[in-house]
Design a protein around this ligand. Structure first.
Ligand SMILES: Cc1cc2nc3c(=O)[nH]c(=O)nc-3n(C[C@H](O)[C@H](O)[C@H](O)COP(=O)(O)OP(=O)(O)OC[C@H]3O[C@@H](n4cnc5c(N)ncnc54)[C@H](O)[C@@H]3O)c2cc1C
Length: 500
């Protein structure tokens, strides 16, 4: 090996990249991570997450392996349920309208539990049960719903810190503030990457490269080009550095584009949130308690079934629905019956919120909602609620409305007990779905489905996994599963080259 040549270069500094680096380092000596962000902004979207992972489990027995320090009280007051391989595959199929690549789906699901365990062992991170978000205390007991139970202690920041610690301890080199701009190629395949750092261009040689540098959600121009008109005004929930570089670099050398390029994960989000995620006030813009609300647009009309399913099966597609409303905003309206169920972010400074003791005053304070239609919408909605069905936030309770143009399927509480609260939301984009085609060993494929020798990919820039929608907590899981596979694949490619 020549000086300044690495076995494997990993482009990116989030969860997928760090899993790739940890995994490659298990098999080869020299691994370099290139992170475009400066050190104090490292970690991509991964650092903005809650650190939750969607994995297969059979209840207490599996959960205990990931969380060995569960207390006796937690065990006695919690029903962890189960989440089988079949349920996970069904969820992925249903929410993606069965477009998901079946081979990738199968790997994601079957490798999920082992990969969380591997992260735990490799990083020595603690995992904890996600009470409050995926299980509410109802009648003295927690019951987990919607497929997610565990998250890394400290959320995304804790996860990413733990992963950086682990890669540093294993001798992986990290270069911050270093943007990969193109791939170097020779007769035998990939030979490294060209980077720019502090305005200086440099070629860094390696025998294999893993691209794990995110989607194109932070690129306004690509958003408008591929997602469509209006997406230029969406707010970016996370990293400002994911501008599609990895995808472009691979397409430039003949990689195949794959997945839903017009699709993305986008949520209803604080209307006046900053343009990009802010590491200093990470969670203030979340507005995820809408299943307990009535959502109205500028015309004062409901436009979506707020209670169609658990929040984590609908939130990723409802940002687009808000973007499509007149002037791309909406209001979430709650009354005092559900105030205790609102997530903490609703109470933080920075929320665009109005409160009133009558609905007339409330709509007057909203200022930009048609008042007559709003009052009529709430009147019709209240009259349509099946009050005889008991409310239960932990299950799809079937407390619905009947006879409305847009019915609410679950958790339909009347809006009648003051004080009334209304929160204004816009669209926040999380990540894009279109990207590169990989095979089951993480190799990037060309248009003939042949691998580009030495090139691997993982994370948000892999296409074919998500279409139209996304089951919550599968982003970190997919990044970890395919990051681990891509790192291992790249290292094995290097080892096989050394032997030949
Ligand atoms: C607010 C928020 C909350 C979320 N919550 C969850 C959750 O709880 N659970 C879950 O599963 N998912 C969650 N997600 C989705 C999740 O963040 C992603 O699916 C996952 O983190 C993607 O990991 P990644 O490594 O592919 O990308 P990222 O973590 O975004 O990493 C991409 C990296 O590439 C770097 N980069 C970009 N371009 C270059 C370049 N040219 N050269 C070098 N480096 C480059 C970036 O700086 C960054 O470090 C959330 C996302 C957001 C924004």
């Amino acid at each position: 090996m020549k000086d300044n040549e690495y076995d494997v270069i990993v482009v990116g500094g989030g969860n997928a990249a760090l899993c790739a680096a940890m995994s490659a380092r298990e098999k080869v000596k020299s691994v370099l991570v290139l992170e475009r962000a400066p050190e104090n902004k490292r970690g991509g979207n991964s650092v903005f997450t809650a650190g939750s992972f969607r994995m297969v489990h059979d209840g207490l027995e599996t959960i205990r392996k990931v969380i060995p320090d569960l207390t006796a009280e937690e065990i006695s007051t919690t029903d962890f349920g189960e989440y089988t391989v079949e349920q996970y595959l069904d969820d992925l199929g249903r929410v993606t309208q069965y477009h998901i690549d079946p081979d990738l789906a199968e790997i994601l699901v079957r490798e999920s539990t082992g990969t969380v365990q591997w992260i735990k062992d490799s990083t020595k991170l603690r995992f904890v049960p996600m009470y409050g978000r995926y299980a509410f205390k109802h009648n003295g007991r927690f019951k987990f719903f919607g497929g997610t139970v565990v998250y890394a202690n400290g959320g995304g920041a804790g996860l990413v810190d733990g992963e950086y610690r682990a890669v540093a301890q294993s001798g992986v080199e990290v270069r911050y503030g270093t943007q990969a701009t193109s791939l170097l190629r020779g007769p035998a395949g990939i030979e490294g990457v060209c980077v720019i750092s502090n305005g200086v261009e440099e070629n860094i040689r390696s025998r294999a490269v893993v691209l794990a540098c995110g989607g194109f959600e932070a690129n306004r121009e690509w958003r408008t080009r591929y997602l469509g008109p209006g997406w230029d005004v969406a707010k970016v929930r996370g990293s400002r550095y994911n501008t599609g570089d990895g995808i472009r670099m691979a397409l430039d050398i003949g990689a195949q584009s794959y997945g839903q390029w017009s699709g993305c994960h986008a949520v209803s989000w604080e209307r006046y949130a900053p343009d990009f995620g802010d590491l200093d006030s990470m969670s203030t813009s979340y507005r995820h308690s809408y299943p307990f609300s009535v959502m109205v647009n500028a015309d004062g009309k409901r436009f979506v079934d707020e209670g169609a399913d658990f929040r984590n099966y609908t939130y990723a597609k409802y940002g687009r629905v808000v973007l499509q409303q007149p002037a791309s905003y909406a209001w979430q309206v709650f009354d005092s019956q559900v105030a205790h169920l609102l997530r903490d972010e609703y109470k933080l400074r920075g929320a665009t919120k109005v409160q009133a003791n009558t609905l007339e005053e409330l709509v007057d304070r909203m200022q930009d909602v048609h008042p007559v239609q709003f009052l009529e919408t709430i009147r019709e909605y209240n009259a349509a609620v099946k009050r005889e069905v008991p409310f239960d936030p932990n299950v799809k309770d079937g407390r619905c409305t009947a006879g409305l143009a847009v019915n609410k399927t679950n958790w339909a509480n009347t809006i009648e007990k003051p004080p009334f609260d209304a929160y204004s939301v816009g669209c926040g984009i999380t990540f894009t779905f279109g990207g590169l085609k990989i095979d089951t060993t993480g190799r990037v494929l060309d248009i003939s489905d042949q691998p580009l020798p030495g090139l691997y990919a993982a994370g948000e820039l892999v296409g074919g996994l998500f279409y139209f929608n996304y089951p919550g907590s599968s982003g970190l899981m997919a990044g970890a599963v395919f990051g681990r596979i891509a790192g291992r694949g790249a290292a094995e490619f290097v080892s096989s080259k050394s032997q030949s």
